[in-house]
Design a protein. Structure first.
Lengths: 354, 207, 619
C-alpha cells in the first residue's frame, strides 16, 4: 500500500539523515554530546523517555499499518456494512493501565533528576565556589564574590568540580544555557534569584547561549565557559585578583588608547573587580575567546566593533560614542594588551575552539 | 408563542424568567458568564496577594485601611443584595410595582456604596499620597477594588436602564429574564465584595 | 427575511446581509474567510522566518523585524487563524448535529465574530504604524513592558478585543449544547464533534479570563504607569508568566479538542463503523479538559519554581498522555474491522494519527522536568508544538473542511485536487519540523534570528526551509481547489459521504431554518439508525408548524467597531491626550449600541407553516 509507506518514509529517512549528516551536532555545543554532570544526567533521562516512547510508537504504528492494509475498502465492497462494535472494556483497561505504568517508569527518574539538579547542599561548604551570574542586554557578567574577582563573557571554572551559580538579571529575563555541560536556568530581574550548578568533566571551552527572548540581539548573546584544571583555576584567580587597572601599557599607541579609554569608555566598562555595570567588565581582555561574544578575536574586528557596535549587535547599549578611527585603533591596542592572566583559553588541553 | 403573548403583562406563568426558551438560555448563559467572571476575579486576587507586600514607604495595608468605613460599605452592599431578592420575590408574584420599588432601594444602596468607595479612594490619594502608580501594592489594590467598583457602576446603570424602559408597560415574558439576570449580576458583585472585604481589608489589617 | 433581500439586490446587499447576519451558517462563512486570510498572513510570516534561517549568518531581514515576524506569526496563527477556523467549524456543524435551528444567542454569535475580526485587524494595523509587537507571542515582561514604540500596545488591545469575542463565542456554544438539543439527543448520544466543542467551550470560559486579566495588567503598566511587572517599584514579572500560561495551556486543548471530535466523526463515517468506545472517548475528552488546567507551570520549568513544584507539574503533565492514548487506540479500533474509504478527509485524518503521536511523545519527553532544562526554549520545543498544532490542528482543519464543505457550501471539494494538496503539505510538514527536534538538542535556541557557521546547524535548517516551501505549495493547491470546486463542481447531495449524524439528514447547504421539523433522535448516530431501518430521513419530533427566527442586527458590528476605535485611543493617549477623544467616541459607540440592544425589543419573526409547505422539501 503506497499510502502508509509514504507516510512513514519521511519520518524514517530524516531521522537517519539527521543523525548521519549532522553527527549529533558540534562538540562543546550539542546537548547530545555531554561533557558535564548535568548534561550527562539529562541525556540519560532523554534516552529513557525516548525508549519508552518508541515502544509505544511501534505498537501504535503496527496496529495502524495492519488496519490500513487489512480493512481498506476494496472494489465491490461498497455495500458491505461492517459489524457496529460498541467497544471493549478490557481493551480500554489495557490501554489505560499500561501507559500509566510506562509513565511511572519515566516519572521516577524524572523526579530524581529534578531534585538532583536542584541540590545546592554543597554550596555551604568552605571551599565551594559560588559565582554570581548577571544577564544583561546582550552580555553576561560573572562575579566571584568570595575571591573578589569580576569578568564578563568568558566564565572560568575548574574542571571536575561543582561550581554554584547565583543568577539574576539587570534588565529583562534571560536564560543561561551551556548545553554540553548542564541544562538552562532563567535569570530574572528583581527578587526571583535562581541557583544552579555546573560540573564540567574535562577541560574545554564550552559554548553558551541565551535561551530566553531578550530583544533584538537575543541570538547574539553568546558566551563561553572555560573549564581549566583546578591548579590553573587557582592561578587564574590570583592573577585576576592582582590586576592593576592603572598599569601603563608599553607601546605609545596603547598609552594613547588608555587615555581615550578613560575618556570615553570607563563610564560603563570597568577593569578589575566590579559589580555588573552598564557595559561588560574588560579585565583580561587580551585572552577573550571572542569579541562581544560573537566576533573572531582580531584587531580589525575590535576596531569595527568599537566604531559601529550596532552593526554587529543591534539594539545594544553602546550607542552614540563617536570615537574616530584613530582613537578606535588606539583603544583596540590598549585592550588587546590587557593580558592579566597566564591562564588563557589556549591553556585548555583539549580545546577545539576554531 | 406569538409576539403578543410574549409581551402581554397579564398572562404570566409562575416563573416568568424561565418560561421561554430565550429566558432559559439567558439564565444558563449568564451563570456561565459568572463562572468566567469568577476566574477573572480569582486572577486579580492572586495578583493582589502576590504584590500585597510590595509597598513603598508608610503606605502599607495596616496604615491605610480604616475598617469603620469598609464595614459600612459591606453593610450597604449586603443589604442591597437582600433588597434585590425581595424584588425578585415580587417579580415571581407578578407584582411589578413592588418589584420596581425594591429595585429602586437596591439602586440607592448601591449608590451609597459607590459614594463611600469614591470617598475612600479620594482619601487615600489626598491624605496619604497613595496612588495607582506609587507601588506595586498600589497598582494591585486599585485594580482589584476598582474592577469591583466598575462592576458596581455597570450593574447600577443596567438596573436603572431596565427600570426606566419598562416603567410604563410592566412585567412580561420578554423582560422578566432581563430583570432576573440583572439581579443575579448584582448578587455576584456582592459575593465578590465579601471576598474583597476579607482578603484585602480584614487580612490587610490583621495579617 | 434577510435572505430574500439578499437575493433581490446585488453585492452591496450581500455585504450588508453578512454584516447584519445572525445565522450561524453565515457566521461560519465569515469565520472561515477571516480565519483563512489570517492563516495566509501567518503562513507568509512563517516563510519569511524560514528564508531568514535558511543559511547561517543570513541578513535577509533585520533582527528587529525578525522578532516582529516570530511574534506576529505565533499570535496570528493561534488567535487569528486556528481559533476562528475552529469557530467556523463549530458554527457550521454543532447546531446541525444537535438538531437545532440556530444557536442559543444568535446576536452574541455575531458579536463574537466581529470582536474577533476587529481585534485581529487592530493587531495587524501595527505593521503600518511603526512596528508590530516584538516580544514573542508569549509577551514576557519586562521585555514587553519596556519594548519601545507601540507594537506591544497593539498586541494588548488587539488580543483583548478578540479575546472578548472568543469568550462570548464559548458561552454561546455552551448554552446551545445544553439547551437546544433536539428531543432524544441526550448527552451520551451527542456526536463526538459536539462533545469536544462543548468541552472546548468550557475551557474557553475558564481560561480566557486569566488572559483578560493579564492583558489588563500589561495595559495598565504600559499605558497608565502601574507597577505590576516593574521590579524597581516592587512588581513581579513572573505574575505575567503564570497568568499567561494559566490561559495558554488550556488554549492548546481549546485548539485541539474540537478536531479530535472531527477526526472521530470522520473516522467513524469513512470506516462505516460506530465509534469504538464512545463513552471512553467522551470520558477522555473531559479528563483532558480537566487536566489541562493543572499543568500550566510545565511551560515554566526553568523559571526557578523549585524542584517540588517542577516535579508535581511534571507528573500531572505526563498524566495527560493517558487520555490522549485512549483516544488514539479507540480511533485505531474504530477502523479495525471497518471498511475504510480513502477520501481526502480521511487522508488528512490518517496523516494526523502518526504525526500527532510523535507530537504527543515529544510532549511526554518535555514533561520530564529535568530534561526540559535542555529542551526548553530550543527548536526541540518548536518541533514539538508544531507537531501537535500543525499535525493535529491544521491537519484536522483540512480534514474537517473536506468533510463538511458540502454542508457549508453545497459542493464537495474536488477529491483529486484534495489528494494533490495533501502530499506536498504532509511531506513538507515532516521535513520542516522533524529535523527541528535535533536542531534544538544540537544547541539552537528558539527565536534565534541567526546562527553561526561551524555550529553544524546549517544542514538541518536548510532541510527545514525546503519543507516549509512544500507546505506552502500544498496550501496553494488547496486554495486552487476551493476556487475550482466553486466553479466546476456540481451541487452536492444531502448526504454525499453516507453519513451517520443529523447534519447529513438535511440538504447541502441547509435552508436558513435548518430543520423544517425538529428531528427525533433515537440513539447514537441517529441518521445511521434510520438508514439501517430502511427509512430515508430522520423521524420528526413535531408536526409542521411556524418557525421562530431571530432578526438580523448591525449592532454587533457597531459595538466591535467602537472598541476598535477606542483601541487606537488607548494606544495613542500616551503620546497625546487628545486621543482620549477617540476613546470617548469608540466607547460611546459601543456602550450606546449595548444600551440600544438592551432597550429596544427584538422578538424575531416567524416563518409560517404555509411558506414551508410551498418550498416543498426545501431542496
Amino acid at each position: 500500500m503506497k499510502g502508509w509507506i509514504g507516510k512513514l518514509r519521511p519520518v524514517f529517512i530524516f531521522s537517519v539523515l539527521a543523525l548521519f549528516l549532522a553527527g549529533c551536532g558540534e562538540d562543546n555545543l550539542s546537548a547530545l554530546k555531554p561533557k558535564g554532570y548535568g548534561a550527562e544526567l539529562l541525556l540519560d533521562l532523554m534516552m529513557i523517555s525516548i525508549a519508552i516512547m518508541l515502544f509505544v510508537f511501534v505498537i501504535v504504528m503496527a496496529i495502524y499499518t495492519f488496519v490500513l492494509i487489512r480493512y481498506r475498502r476494496r472494489k465491490g465492497e461498497e455495500d458491505y456494512v461492517p459489524k457496529q462494535t460498541e467497544g471493549n472494556k478490557s481493551l480500554e483497561v489495557i490501554w489505560t493501565v499500561i501507559p500509566i505504568l510506562l509513565l511511572l517508569i519515566l516519572a521516577v527518574p524524572t523526579v530524581q533528576a529534578t531534585f538532583d539538579l536542584a541540590d545546592d547542599s554543597g554550596k555551604s561548604a568552605d571551599d565551594a565556589i559560588t559565582i554570581e551570574v548577571t544577564g544583561n542586554q546582550y552580555w553576561w557578567h560573572f562575579n566571584y564574590p568570595d575571591q573578589e574577582v569580576s569578568t564578563s563573557q568568558d566564565l572560568y571554572i575548574p574542571a571536575g568540580e561543582r561550581v554554584y551559580l547565583d543568577m539574576t538579571s539587570s534588565d529583562v529575563i534571560h536564560s543561561f544555557w551551556v548545553p554540553s555541560i548542564a541544562g538552562k536556568m532563567d535569570t530574572n530581574p528583581g527578587g526571583n534569584e535562581n541557583t544552579m550548578y555546573l560540573e564540567a568533566y574535562e577541560e574545554g571551552v564550552y559554548w553558551g547561549h541565551c535561551a530566553e527572548l531578550c530583544g533584538e540581539s537575543h541570538s547574539l548573546m553568546d558566551f563561553r565557559v572555560v573549564a581549566v584544571s583546578p591548579e590553573e583555576y587557582d592561578q587564574w584567580i590570583s592573577d585576576m585578583q592582582n590586576i592593576d587597572p592603572e598599569a601603563t601599557p608599553e607601546t605609545q599607541s596603547a598609552q594613547d588608547g588608555k587615555a581615550a579609554f578613560e575618556n570615553s569608555c570607563m563610564g560603563c566598562h570597568a577593569i578589575g573587580n566590579s559589580p555588573a555595570g552598564v557595559g561588560p567588565n574588560l579585565s583580561n581582555f587580551a585572552n577573550r575567546t571572542k569579541i562581544a561574544g560573537i566576533l573572531d578575536y582580531n584587531k580589525e574586528n575590535l576596531v569595527n566593533w568599537i566604531m559601529d557596535p550596532d552593526e554587529y549587535k543591534p539594539g545594544n547599549k553602546m550607542q552614540g560614542y563617536n570615537v574616530s578611527e584613530e582613537e578606535a585603533q588606539q583603544i583596540a591596542d590598549y585592550l588587546m594588551q590587557l593580558d592579566h592572566s597566564e591562564v588563557t583559553p589556549e591553556s585548555v588541553s583539549s580545546s577545539e575552539e576554531e | 408563542m406569538s409576539h403578543e403573548d410574549v409581551l402581554n403583562p397579564n398572562q404570566l406563568p409562575h416563573d416568568p424568567e424561565k418560561a421561554t426558551l430565550e429566558g432559559k438560555n439567558k439564565f444558563i448563559g449568564f451563570w456561565m458568564f459568572l463562572g468566567g467572571e469568577t476566574v477573572l476575579f480569582a486572577s486579580l486576587f492572586g495578583t493582589y496577594l502576590a504584590l500585597v507586600r510590595s509597598t513603598s514607604g508608610e503606605n502599607t495595608p495596616e496604615n491605610l485601611f480604616g475598617l469603620e468605613l469598609v464595614f459600612i460599605m459591606t453593610m450597604l452592599l449586603l443589604t442591597s443584595s437582600l433588597t434585590s431578592v425581595y424584588a425578585m420575590y415580587h417579580m415571581k408574584n407578578h407584582d411589578f410595582k413592588k418589584m420596581q420599588l425594591w429595585l429602586g432601594i437596591t439602586v440607592l444602596l448601591g449608590l451609597g456604596f459607590l459614594g463611600c468607595e469614591i470617598y475612600e479612594f479620594y482619601h487615600y490619594i489626598h491624605e496619604y499620597g497613595f496612588t495607582f502608580r506609587s507601588s506595586a501594592f498600589g497598582s494591585a489594590f486599585y485594580t482589584l477594588v476598582g474592577f469591583h467598583g466598575g462592576h458596581v457602576v455597570f450593574g447600577l446603570s443596567w438596573i436603572v436602564a431596565l427600570m426606566i424602559r419598562n416603567q410604563k408597560r410592566g412585567l412580561n415574558l420578554y423582560n422578566a429574564p432581563k430583570f432576573y439576570i440583572a439581579s443575579l449580576y448584582w448578587h455576584f458583585i456582592d459575593v465578590v465584595w465579601v471576598f474583597i472585604f476579607t482578603v484585602v481589608y480584614l487580612m490587610g489589617k490583621v495579617g | 427575511m434577510s435572505n430574500a433581500i439578499a437575493q433581490q439586490r446585488g453585492l452591496g446587499a450581500m455585504i450588508w446581509d453578512y454584516i447584519t447576519t445572525v445565522d450561524h451558517k453565515k457566521i461560519a462563512h465569515l469565520y472561515l474567510v477571516a480565519g483563512g486570510l489570517f492563516f495566509l498572513i501567518g503562513g507568509l510570516e512563517a516563510m519569511i522566518i524560514r528564508i531568514q534561517l535558511m543559511q547561517p549568518e543570513s541578513e535577509f531581514i533585520s533582527a528587529g523585524l525578525y522578532n516582529e515576524m516570530i511574534t506576529m506569526h505565533g499570535t496570528t496563527m493561534i488567535f487569528l487563524a486556528a481559533m476562528p477556523l475552529i469557530f467556523a467549524l463549530m458554527n457550521a456543524v454543532v447546531p446541525l448535529q444537535i438538531g437545532a435551528r440556530d444557536v442559543a444567542f444568535p446576536f452574541l454569535n455575531s458579536l463574537g465574530f466581529w470582536l474577533f475580526l476587529f481585534g485581529g485587524l487592530l493587531l495587524n494595523v501595527s505593521w503600518f504604524t511603526g512596528g508590530a509587537p516584538d516580544a514573542g507571542w508569549t509577551n514576557y515582561a519586562p521585555l514587553s513592558t519596556t519594548s519601545p514604540g507601540h507594537g506591544v500596545d497593539y498586541y494588548v488591545m488587539g488580543l483583548q478585543i478578540s479575546g472578548a469575542g472568543t469568550l462570548i463565542g464559548g458561552i454561546n456554544f455552551l448554552v446551545t449544547i445544553i439547551n437546544m438539543r433536539a428531543p432524544g439527543m441526550t448527552y451520551m448520544r451527542m456526536p463526538l464533534f459536539t462533545w469536544t466543542s462543548f468541552i472546548t467551550s468550557v475551557l474557553i470560559l475558564f481560561a480566557f479570563p486569566a488572559l483578560t486579566v493579564g492583558l489588563f495588567l500589561m495595559m495598565f503598566d504600559r499605558m497608565f504607569g502601574s507597577a505590576f511587572f516593574d521590579v524597581t517599584a516592587g512588581g513581579n514579572e513572573i505574575i505575567w508568566e503564570h497568568l499567561f500560561w494559566i490561559f495558554g495551556h488550556p488554549e492548546v486543548y481549546i485548539l485541539i479538542l474540537p478536531l479530535f471530535g472531527a477526526f472521530s466523526d470522520i473516522i467513524s463515517t469513512f470506516s462505516k463503523k460506530r465509534l469504538f468506545g464512545y463513552s471512553a472517548m467522551v470520558f477522555a475528552t473531559v479528563l483532558i479538559g480537566f487536566l489541562g488546567f493543572m499543568v500550566w507551570a510545565h511551560h515554566m520549568f526553568t523559571v526557578g519554581l523549585g524542584p517540588i513544584a517542577n516535579s508535581i507539574f511534571a507528573v500531572s503533565t505526563m498524566a495527560i498522555a493517558v487520555p490522549t492514548g485512549i483516544k488514539i487506540f479507540n480511533w485505531l479500533f474504530t477502523m479495525w474491522g471497518g471498511s475504510i474509504k480513502m477520501t481526502a478527509a480521511m487522508l488528512w485524518t490518517l496523516a494526523f494519527i502518526p504525526s500527532f503521536t510523535i507530537g504527543g511523545m515529544t510532549g511526554v519527553m518535555l514533561a520530564s522536568a529535568a530534561a526540559d532544562y535542555q529542551y526548553h526554549d530550543t527548536y526541540f520545543v518548536v518541533g514539538h508544538f508544531h507537531y501537535v498544532i500543525v499535525g493535529g490542528v491544521v491537519f484536522g482543519i483540512f480534514a474537517a473542511l473536506h468533510y463538511w464543505w458540502p454542508k457549508m457550501f453545497g459542493k464537495v471539494l474536488n477529491e483529486k485536487l484534495g489528494h494533490i494538496a495533501f502530499w506536498p503539505f504532509f511531506v513538507g510538514f515532516h521535513l520542516t519540523f522533524f529535523i527541528q527536534h535535533f536542531l534544538g538538542l544540537m544547541g539552537m535556541p528558539r527565536r534565534y534570528w541567526t546562527y553561526f557557521e561551524g555550529q553544524s546547524l546549517a544542514t538541518g535548517n536548510m532541510i527545514s526551509t525546503v519543507g516549509a516551501f512544500l507546505m506552502a505549495i500544498g496550501t496553494l493547491v488547496f486554495l486552487y481547489n476551493v476556487v475550482y470546486t466553486a466553479i466546476k463542481e456540481p451541487k452536492a447531495s444531502a448526504d454525499p459521504w453516507d453519513g451517520r449524524t443529523l447534519e447529513w439528514s438535511i440538504p447541502s447547504s441547509p435552508p436558513f431554518y435548518n430543520f423544517k421539523q425538529t428531528p427525533l433522535v433515537r440513539g447514537l448516530d441517529p441518521l445511521w439508525i434510520e438508514k439501517m431501518e430502511g427509512r430515508k430521513g430522520v423521524t420528526p419530533a413535531e408536526p409542521l408548524g411556524d418557525i421562530h427566527m431571530p432578526n438580523g442586527s448591525v449592532l454587533p458590528f457597531l459595538m466591535s467597531l467602537g472598541l476598535f476605535i477606542a483601541g487606537f485611543g488607548f494606544i495613542y493617549q500616551v503620546d497625546n491626550n487628545l486621543w482620549y477623544i477617540a476613546v470617548a467616541i469608540g466607547m460611546g459607540l459601543t456602550l450606546g449600541s449595548m444600551l440600544t440592544r438592551s432597550l429596544k425589543d427584538d422578538l424575531g419573526y416567524h416563518i409560517h407553516k404555509e411558506d414551508l409547505i410551498e418550498k416543498g422539501d426545501g431542496k
